[in-house]
Write a protein that binds this ligand. Sequence first.
Ligand code: NCD
Length: 290
Amino acid sequence: MKNLLQLSTLSKEEIMDILNDAIKMSQGEGLDSCKDKIVANLFFEPSTRTQYSFNVAEEKLGCKVISFNAAASSLQKGESFYDTVKTFESFGIDAVVIRSRQDEYYKELVGRISIPILNAGDGVKDHPTQSLLDLLTIYQEYGKFEGLKIAIVGDIKHSRVAHTNIEVMERLGMTCYISGPEEYRDDEYTYIPFDQAVEEMDILMLLRVQHERHEKEMSLSKEEYHARYGLTMERVHKMKEHAIIMHPAPFNRMVEIADDVVECDKSRIFKQVNNGVYVRMAVIRRAFGG
Ligand code: NCD
C-alpha cells in the first residue's frame, strides 16, 4: 500500500520511476491493469483538471470510479471529514483520492485509514500529482532537469503548486526563482523581477491569484496586474528561443496571461493537462503495488 501525500518524501529515483511509468502509459501501456479496483474521488474543494483527469486515469486503468459530491453529502448534516473518509473505506473501496482546503488534512487519516490515500491538493501545502505532471512536461521538452532555470510567477504565498514544485525542482538540480506582486512573495525563495525572468528563464510558470485563500483583496486591479506581471505577446517575443510557458490552470485570461499567449507556440499548458492523465495512471498503479 503506497500513499502519495507529499512529493518531498519521494526520492529522486522514485520520482524518475513514476515519470518513466507515465511515459509508458502515454504510449498505451497499463490500460485495464487495475480492473478489480474501486477508487473514490473525494474532492472537498472545487476542481476541474485534477478531479476529472484522475477520473480519466482511473477509467483507463479499468478501475471502477466513485465521484463524491461534497455539496450533496452528509457533510451538510454535520458529518466530519474523517467520518466521511472512513465511510468510504468501510464500503470496501480500494483507494481514495482526496483534495481539501485544509493543510495536511491527511494527518488525521494516516494510521486510521488503511487503504492508499492519494493527495490531490491540500490547502497551500502540497500538490504532488500537479508537480509530477509539470516535471514530465519539462522532461519531455529538455530531456533533463539539471541546470534548467524556472521562474514561478504570481501568488507564490498561497500556491501549493509553487511550494511543491520549488522543493522538488531544486532537488533535481534546477534553479528556481519567484516573481510577481510583493504582497504574494515568500521570502524563503529567490526573487527575480518579472521582465528579467522573461528574458532569462528556460521555463516561465504562471500562477493564478488564489483569491479564495485571501483575507484581504489584492491591492492591484486586474489591469494593473496584467500590465506589470501579465505574460503578453510582446513579452513572449523577448523570451529565449527554446523557452516554454507553463501554467497549472485554471488561468485567468488577461490577468496573468494574455488571450493570444494561452495557445501560442511556446505554451505547454494543454500538454500539461494531457500529461496529468498519464502521471495519475502511474501513481494509482503504484498505490496498488504495480
Ligand atoms: C491548481 C490547484 O488547484 O492548486 N490547479 C490545479 O490543480 N491544476 C492551481 C490553482 O487552483 O490555481
